[in-house]
Design a protein around this ligand. Structure first.
Ligand SMILES: N[C@@H](CCOP(=O)(O)O)C(=O)O
Length: 723
């Protein structure tokens, strides 16, 4: 095993320091991610590596901070200045005929513009594995791990972090990267748990959460980088542009990478067969977009003819360079599992380059001893475009292209896949399986996955539907670590999701449709919908009727105070009024549920038939079960419910302060004048009465002061003098 001892550290020459060159420490965290170590020692001019001879190290902390690159230097220039990754470093790759016999000597430089072998077969990129094998698997694992998620050019990219396995000879200066890869490996916990019999180790590799929204970015960075290299010094090849036929994802990736590199791009699209989002991507990126009245297979034939005539470089996966980038998704999966190999990887298949790319990534890691085996591969096709599935079912007997029918998985609507041989090879080498999914199966699988927190594209739906079938048949076990490859971002396929959720698709039940609910703009309607949707009860306990009666009594006697019913009075606030009225209505609904088969109108009478006699000891003396007590409560309940029901409209009308104002206006306009007149008459009458009373008093006083008759005629016996 080749490692740098932990007590080994580099010193920079003072000249290198002055130029802003980096310092390097031996901690894995700070180790230079840019270059295989041995090559670095001999090549970098400003760097001296010194190693302590003391085994185990001195315990000193040799970690040093990285010196920031000069402010006027960008990351590409920094990589260029350091020159660490330029040149082949002893690694190389070339084209060979795909699956060539061991004694074949047919090879081509990657700088050649060639897509087919002499016999017309596919090509493959072959790496000098003996050079790569000079380093052990642990070395490559550590090197790749050390580069993840940085901004170091170009290794921050998930593709270029594996540069030695991809395009070892390209100069970083020629690389066109948008820091692709490093995509999310999504733990599909809920999908596995709720819908796949409790699968604890189900994952979705979201290759579509990427710059242009599909896995094509992984291959396109490699292809466009190579074209960039060919067009620039010193090769200066007269390549006028890069072209592809596409069902939408390849064209989006090609146009974005070409735009970034100032290279013209040309895309052939089957008219009306790709999503709007996919169509607008190359348009926005300035590509020459040809919308052709044929299907993808027709576009593919045309682009091959055109690229044979014009200096346009072919960007479809017929060009095996693309697969070198795409295979890094497989290496990334291994890396994300800390180099443990999953049991199954399920890949949607159309033109079939990607299933081979995954195989190649896994197999390369096995061969170079980063891991000890490869996973089993499943290729999933739409039943409407299933030439590989039919081929598999025939026992690989006889491949026949098909006319691909319309499918929601439009990116894999391909009947004559260019990489059919590669796919068969990959599946045979991994004891693989091919599955298919009908339109309903793929849309249901996609929508179900969405319900668990994803936003899958229909092609991912195809792979998920295959997973459901393989689980059902017991081929994939509960505890198998399984990866579903999600190839594109669901947002590119919003239209198909809209159709599904609107149940607009003929002959499809759309089982997981979740259409938006149109609701009137009032509180009660909104509450009704939410209550039904969320299956929640608005609080109103069983004694609501009793409470309501008590509260009503309280309010009648003290209407100005803040009582429990004061909230149903208008003009307090609309929100409170709304809630109270809604709760009142709920009481009625619940009571109606209680009375069950009888209506509010006749409930009291019907229930009377069920009343029973209860003995003093509390035992039922007759067969019925409604005790007189309960009957009384029920009867009151019904009466109050009827009242609430009857006055509901009125109560609702009161929720608006305006109606109360109008009522008061009426009173003052029509009743107040009459009241005033009546009051005046009453006052006048009261005045007359008062005057009368006063006169009576005066007369009484005057009359009382006159001498009385008895006083004039003295009584003889009272006035007789004494003798
Ligand atoms: N699904 C592809 C079809 C073209 O296939 P490719 O393997 O040549 O990229 C697309 O998105 O265009």
């Amino acid at each position: 095993m080749i490692t740098i001892p932990s007590n080994c550290h580099r010193h920079l020459s003072s000249k290198a320091r002055a130029r802003g060159a980096e310092t390097l420490t031996t901690s894995p965290l700070f180790r230079n991610p840019n270059v295989p170590f041995l090559a670095l020692r001999h090549r970098h001019p400003g760097v001296v590596i010194s190693c302590s001879t003391t085994a185990g190290g001195s315990g000193e902390n040799h970690q040093q901070l990285k010196i920031r690159r000069p402010a006027d230097e960008n990351i590409r220039e920094e990589a260029h200045r350091r020159g660490e990754a330029s040149g082949s470093q002893g690694f190389s790759a070339c084209y060979v005929p795909f699956n060539a016999p061991a004694d074949s000597t047919e090879t081509y430089s990657l700088d050649d513009v060639v897509y087919r072998s002499r016999s017309g077969g596919l090509l493959d990129v072959r790496h000098d594995l003996s050079a790569l094998k000079r380093f052990p698997g642990s070395y490559w694992r550590d090197l790749f791990d050390s580069r993840v998620g940085r901004t170091t050019w170009p290794y921050g990219s998930g593709v270029w972090s594996k540069k030695e396995f991809v395009l070892p000879e390209i100069d970083p200066d020629h690389i066109v990267s948008l820091f692709e890869g490093n995509s999310n490996l999504f733990w599909a916990e809920r999908l596995g748990c709720d819908h796949l019999g409790g699968m604890p180790d189900l994952w979705v590799k979201h290759c579509g959460i990427s710059h242009t929204g599909s896995f094509k970015d992984l291959g396109m960075t490699v292809l466009v980088s190579q074209v960039n290299r060919l067009r620039r010094d010193p090769l200066n090849r007269p390549i006028a542009g890069v072209g592809c036929a596409s069902t939408g994802d390849t064209s989006a990736a090609l146009s974005a990478y070409c735009a970034a590199a100032r290279i013209p791009s040309i895309v052939f699209l089957p008219a009306d067969r790709i999503s709007l989002a996919q169509l607008v991507q190359p348009i926005a990126n300035g590509a020459t977009v040809l919308s052709i009245d044929t299907d993808f297979d027709g576009c593919m034939r045309l682009i091959r003819e055109v690229t044979a005539e014009l200096p346009i470089y072919l960007a479809n996966s017929l060009n095996s360079l693309r697969l070198e980038g795409q295979k890094t998704a497989a290496i990334e999966i291994l890396q994300q599992f800390d180099w443990e190999v999953p049991d199954w990887v399920i890949v949607p298949g159309g033109n079939l380059g990607n299933i081979y790319a995954f195989y190649k990534g896994f197999e390369m890691c096995r061969e170079l001893e980063l891991v000890d085996r490869v996973p089993r591969l499943v290729c999933a096709q739409a039943a409407n475009a299933n030439p590989l599935y039919l081929h598999y079912k025939s026992g690989w007997a006889d491949f026949k292209p098909v006319i691909a029918e319309d499918t929601f998985a439009s990116a894999i609507q391909i009947g004559d896949p260019v990489s059919i041989d590669r796919a068969v090879f990959a599946l045979e080498a991994t004891d693989g399986i091919v599955e298919e999914a009908t339109e309903e199966e793929l849309m249901d699988a996609m929508s179900l996955a969405d319900r668990t927190g994803m936003f899958a594209c229909p092609h991912t739906g195809v792979a998920l539907a295959a997973l459901f079938k393989l689980r059902e048949r017991g081929v994939i076990g509960t505890n198998d670590r399984t990866i579903v490859v999600s190839t594109a971002h669901g947002l590119k396929f919003a239209q198909s999701k809209v159709e599904y959720h609107s149940k607009e698709i003929s002959d499809m039940a759309c089982r997981y449709a979740n259409p938006p609910v149109n609701v009137k703009a009032n509180f009660g309607s909104v509450m009704d919908v939410l209550k039904k949707k969320l299956d929640v009860k608005v609080s109103s306990d069983k004694s609501a009727v009793g409470d309501a009666c008590a509260a009503t009594d309280e309010w009648v006697h003290n209407s100005q105070a803040e009582t429990s019913l004061s909230s149903i009075l208008p003009c307090i606030d609309e929100q409170t009024t709304n809630l109270t009225l809604y709760q009142s209505k709920e009481v009625i609904v619940q009571l109606v549920n209680v009375v069950n088969t009888v209506s509010l109108v006749n409930a009291s009478m019907v229930w009377q038939n069920y009343t029973c006699i209860v003995s003093d000891s509390g035992l039922y003396a007759t067969p019925s079960r409604v005790t007189p007590d309960i009957y009384q409560q029920l009867a009151v309940t019904v009466t109050v419910s009827c009242a609430l029901d009857h006055y509901m409209t009125f109560l609702i009308s009161l929720q608006n302060c305006q109606s109360v104002k109008e009522t008061f206006d009426l009173i003052t306009t029509f009743f107040c004048p009459q009241l005033e007149l009546d009051l005046r008459v009453v006052n006048a009458r009261l005045g007359l009465i008062s005057t009368g009373v006063m006169l009576c008093l005066i007369f009484w006083v005057l009359y009382a002061n006159r001498p009385q008759r008895e006083e004039v005629f003295v009584k003889p016996y009272e006035t007789k003098p004494q003798q």
